[in-house]
Design a protein around this ligand. Structure first.
Ligand SMILES: [Cu+2]
Length: 130
């Protein structure tokens, strides 16, 4: 026997406000999932490429996203895409450029996240480990 949703809700003793709250909750989860998918995987969850000191700056991603090097290593970013990008982190910053390279030497152990300021979600990290 078919019943309208409202009657069903009454029969199940679910207040209508409760149903609306559940609906908003589901929507919030969907939106959050969409945002995570757009921004890519969390850098912290990416397995670092150990010993890799070269990163390609492509349209619109860094490859490798996360590299792990020892203190004193000079990391080189090489632009391979066709558009303008930069590499901006705490203590280092490239020009906005569409080709060429940028280098930075990491002397102190730590986690150095960086971004391209033009493209949200274009992120990378250098993990400096003894
Ligand atoms: Cu960019």
């Amino acid at each position: 026997m078919r019943q309208p949703a409202r009657t069903m809700a009454r029969a199940l003793r679910i207040p209508r406000v409760g149903l609306r709250t559940v609906g908003v909750g589901i929507l919030a989860v969907l939106v959050a999932g969409f945002l995570v998918a757009c921004s890519g995987q969390n850098l912290e969850e990416i397995e670092p490429e150990v010993g890799v000191d070269h990163v390609e700056v492509d349209d619109n991603t860094f490859d490798a996203r996360v590299v792990q090097v020892t203190p004193g290593t000079t990391v080189t970013w090489t632009w391979v895409g066709g558009n303008d990008h930069n590499v901006v982190g705490e203590g280092f910053q490239s020009d906005l450029q569409k080709d060429g390279t940028f280098q930075h030497t990491f002397d102190t152990p730590g986690w150095y996240k960086y971004i391209c300021t033009l493209h949200g979600g274009m992120t990378g990290a250098v993990s400096v480990v003894e």
